[in-house]
Design a protein around this ligand. Structure first.
Ligand code: G3P
Length: 204
């Protein structure tokens, strides 16, 4: 029962379509009709600018952190079972972000929310993934490439740096990496063709 309750709460949190609501309420724009047509922080930066982009990024990360914090606050079970609830909540939050109930199931690619759930579940691994993202992004200017490499880094860091031997965390990390790769399939196509959008952080 707890799995279902924490899963539903997390899905609803993930379903808050920050990019869509910020765009529509403050700019009269649905970001899903512009730029990459993705309802995420990157496309909000691209279409609407730094301020709304930063707000969407922060809220989307927070959704993930909150979703995996709920079981910690409300579960009366032991550490291992609570971690299992967190893993289900984490996947549900990312699912909600990609297929949001409150925005016609047309959401984002799950990167910021994935970062949020990793921050909540394994902060040191999150720091390494963030580092991989930032280095890749700064060197290449491709947000998507940074996101894909950071996602791949998550199961690898757990395995080889943190020597994780909790099987469900291992399974979760592989699923999360796969989810990010799947949501980026169009970006991967563009990266291979050499026509992926670059992001210049220093533009006005
Ligand atoms: O977080 C999504 C990012 O990796 C790619 O976004 O809008 O360039 O497809 P976008």
């Amino acid at each position: 029962m707890e799995f279902i309750i924490f899963g539903i709460i997390a899905y609803l949190l993930g379903s808050v379509p920050t990019a869509v609501w910020v765009g529509k309420v403050f700019y009269g724009t649905d970001v899903r009709e512009h730029g990459s047509k993705n309802a995420g922080a990157t496309n909000t930066f691209r279409v609407l600018g730094k301020k709304p982009g930063s707000i969407v990024l922060a809220v989307d990360i927070l959704k993930g952190v909150l979703a995996v914090s709920v079981p910690v606050f409300f579960s009366s079970d032991g550490v291992e079972q609570t971690t299992n609830y967190q893993l289900v909540a984490a996947l549900s939050a990312v699912l909600g972000h990609v297929f949001p109930l409150f925005a016609g199931f047309k959401g984002g690619k799950g990167v910021a929310t994935s970062l949020g759930v990793i921050i909540g579940i394994h902060p040191p691994a999150a720091a390494i993934c963030l580092g991989v993202f930032l280095i890749t992004f700064i060197l290449s200017k491709y947000v998507s490439l940074g996101a894909i490499l950071a996602a791949l880094c998550f199961p690898l860091a757990l395995e080889f740096i943190f020597k994780n031997n909790f099987i469900w965390l291992r399974a979760f990390s592989v699923l999360l990496a796969l989810a990010v790769i799947i949501t980026h399939h169009k970006n991967i196509g563009r990266l291979l063709k050499g026509n992926e959008n670059k992001m210049n952080l220093f533009r006005k």
